[in-house]
Write a protein that binds this ligand. Structure first.
Ligand SMILES: Cc1cc2nc3c(=O)[nH]c(=O)nc-3n(C[C@H](O)[C@H](O)[C@H](O)COP(=O)(O)OP(=O)(O)OC[C@H]3O[C@@H](n4cnc5c(N)ncnc54)[C@H](O)[C@@H]3O)c2cc1C
Length: 92
């Protein structure tokens, strides 16, 4: 489920925006679920928000991959995620 809608502010506090949906998946199934739910939407992935540029900005769907558990994905899990992403884009 998306988190409550609050402004997202980057580390340098020079970028701030409020997305329509803000997903904070804690594990791989939740990442896949957020992709499935938003396969027809414009999705922006964010990390730890250390970038200074406005690249991270989106008023549509944000999926944050900053959770440390997601850094430890197995190769198999990564492949599964990539496949899901490709299918998501192909379905547009
Ligand atoms: C104090 C400080 C020092 C820094 N020093 C350096 C330095 O020495 N060298 C250097 O190169 N940079 C440096 N940076 C910049 C920062 O490390 C980079 O911008 C880094 O890429 C930010 O990573 P992030 O996870 O915070 O990404 P974010 O800021 O969250 O996002 C940056 C971009 O990457 C995309 N993105 C993030 N995660 C993913 C993902 N998992 N999949 C796909 N796209 C993704 C976002 O959509 C966005 O476009 C520094 C930043 C700070 C605050």
């Amino acid at each position: 489920m998306p988190a409550s809608l609050e402004s997202i502010i980057n580390f340098g506090a020079n970028v701030s925006f409020t997305p329509r949906h803000d997903y904070r998946p804690e594990n791989e199934p939740e990442v896949l679920d957020s992709l499935r739910r938003n396969r027809h939407e414009q999705i922006r992935v964010i990390g730890r928000l250390h970038a200074w540029s406005r690249l991270v900005e989106s008023t549509d769907v944000i999926i944050s991959l900053e959770n440390p558990e997601l850094d430890a994905l197995t190769d198999e899990a990564r492949e599964k995620l990539l496949l899901e992403l490709r299918q998501s884009f192909a379905a547009r």
